[in-house]
Design a protein around this ligand. Structure first.
Ligand code: MN3
Length: 202
């Protein structure tokens, strides 16, 4: 069974003005579809066919550039759409908030550390909030489509929140002003979904 482009959980214009409709169309239907197609082509007829994307990434041969780039791209964008919502923003609650406080000090300390990872990721890449094996949270930046499920990448946890800082994610609306895009992202974070992912992976 080949990987399929997941449907967006909201309309393309639902995240505006924070993320504009045209960017969502191009990002989802061109970029994410492209990673999906190229991932399927790269695993077809190999022993990776039929495995879950998590299994593929956790056991990845980092020299397999086609699967590293496109499997990473498939997974990262699938996470990205789900952790945003038109009803998002604000702050998390419950056990996730407790974990944020115990790992970073406060929500604003977390926000600053996550934003710094996103703003300072050189070139193309991602910022991730991850759950580690001991249940603590960590933040890392990763280049290109790498993510911390891959061997030796980032902070080595399971990503529960990811922010795409490739220029294709923001350039139409924000041009070179990546910090403005990072700030706007906090208005659409779906903390309910991030919290559910925390509970599942802690
Ligand atoms: Mn992207």
């Amino acid at each position: 069974m080949a990987f399929e482009l997941p449907k967006l959980p909201y309309a393309h214009d639902a995240l505006a003005p924070h993320i504009d409709e045209q960017t969502m169309h191009i990002h989802h239907e061109k970029h994410h579809q492209g990673y999906t197609n190229k991932l399927n082509a790269a695993i077809e007829g190999t022993d990776l066919e039929g495995k879950t994307i998590e299994n593929i990434l956790m056991n990845l041969d980092m020299d397999n550039k086609a699967v590293r780039n496109n499997g990473g791209g498939f997974y990262n964008h699938s996470l990205f759409w789900e952790v945003m919502s038109p009803n998002g923003g604000g702050e998390p609650t419950g056990e996730l908030m407790s974990a944020i406080k115990s790992s970073f000090g406060s929500f604003s300390d977390f926000k600053e550390k996550f934003s710094t990872a996103a703003k300072t990721q050189f070139g193309s890449g991602w910022a991730f909030l991850c759950v580690k094996k001991d249940g603590s949270l960590d933040i890392c930046g990763c280049p290109n489509q790498d993510n911390p499920l891959m061997p030796g990448v980032g902070c080595g946890g399971t990503p529960i929140l990811g922010l795409d800082v490739w220029e294709h994610a923001y350039y139409l609306n924000y041009q070179n002003k990546r910090p403005d895009y990072v700030e706007a992202f906090f208005n659409v974070i779906n903390w309910e979904e991030v919290g559910a992912r925390f509970m599942k992976n802690k």
